[in-house]
Design a protein around this ligand. Structure first.
Ligand code: PBG
Length: 325
């Protein structure tokens, strides 16, 4: 038949498809979340995240070097304290000798400015109740008291070597408070990667195992409700006004519409976090032979990029970077 539109012409050969590809996926777009656990001498695999480890100080350094050699854009570090070191206010989060700050110093020493070192600036790993903030007398999470702790935590993390602070606690005003606190302490160049939009999600399940979370109940009084879309824009605009350098949407796969909304409006780079449950789902299906692992991973990452993410946090960062280069 003549005179018909034939989009298939541009799909005929790999070279044609490469020529017209609209979205790119490069190692520099990927950030590797890492866990360092206090008291480990060997890395310990996380049961619900096969292939992801709680690191010892030594294995953290090795994995960081490998990630940087593969060309990843950055590293996001989470600390896992000993259970007996947790308390009501998460004081080990501020202690320069707390596991996260020690891990940051090890990363700064090992890879320094060859990559971007990011720290999770949130209390949930360090509190004995597992919440992202400190509690008021009635057991609720006390927003403003938490901000004071976040400021001290942020300063300690910058002094340990973090370039960017990942504010993941979803307290109101956290970006503004941390920005002001860093500036007052003279840390004008430390940046904030704001978890601007973070939903309460069932897909965080494996992460709770990864960090040995003490949480009973849920985070629905501070993380967003999956039903809401407008609210994401409100959260975005607040974080931009408070001085976020990069904004993040989390989780990724179930919130790609939100990611697109944010990318269309943001004046700063946009990140998305492909979270633990997303990793676990693809890994489990691939282990059963139900999907092709590499194809599914790369497609999921490309989809997140296509939806608007400049940067993708993914537990596959190092492996995907190898595939891509
Ligand atoms: C909380 C935090 C969580 C994740 C990152 N930071 C868990 C939560 O909010 O319960 C989840 C990451 C993942 O699931 O991969 N500071």
């Amino acid at each position: 038949m003549t005179g018909m539109d034939r989009p298939r012409r541009l799909r005929r050969t790999p070279a044609l498809r490469r020529l017209v590809a609209e979205t790119t996926l490069e190692p520099r777009h990927l950030v590797l979340p890492m866990f360092v656990a206090d008291g480990l001498t060997e890395p310990s695999e996380i049961g619900s995240m096969p292939g992801v480890y709680q690191h010892s100080m030594d294995s953290l350094r090795k994995a960081a070097v490998e990630a940087v050699a593969a060309g990843v854009g950055g590293l996001m570090l989470f600390g896992v304290p000993r259970p007996e070191d947790k308390d009501a206010t998460g004081s080990k989060a501020i202690d320069p000798d707390g596991i996260l700050n020690r891990g940051l110093r090890a990363l700064a020493d090992e890879v320094g400015d060859a990559t971007v070192i990011m720290a999770d600036t949130c209390l949930d790993e360090f509190t004995d109740h597992g919440h992202c903030g400190v509690l008021a007398g009635d057991g609720s999470v006390d927003n403003d008291a938490t901000l004071d702790v976040y400021v001290d935590m942020a300063i300690a993390q910058v002094e340990a070597g973090a370039h960017l602070l990942g504010t993941s606690g979803m307290m109101d005003g956290q970006v503004g408070a941390i920005r002001a606190g860093l500036d007052d302490a003279g840390h004008l160049d430390a940046g904030i990667l704001a978890y601007a939009v973070k939903y309460a999600s069932a897909f965080y399940g494996p992460f709770r195992e990864a960090v040995g979370s003490s949480l009973q109940g849920d985070r629905r009084t501070y993380q967003q409700d999956a039903a809401n879309r407008r609210e994401a824009i409100r959260e975005l605009e607040l974080d931009l006004a408070e001085g976020a350098d990069i904004v993040m949407v989390k989780p990724a796969m179930s919130y790609l519409d939100i990611l697109r909304d944010v990318a269309d409006r943001s004046e700063v780079p946009v990140a998305a976090y492909q979270i633990s449950g997303e990793y676990a789902m693809i890994t489990a299906a691939a282990q059963r032979g139900w999907i092709d692992r590499r194809g599914a991973v790369l497609e999921s990452l490309l989809g997140i990029r296509r939806a608007g993410a400049d940067i993708v946090l993914t537990y596959w960062a190092t492996e995907a970077a190898h595939w891509l280069s």
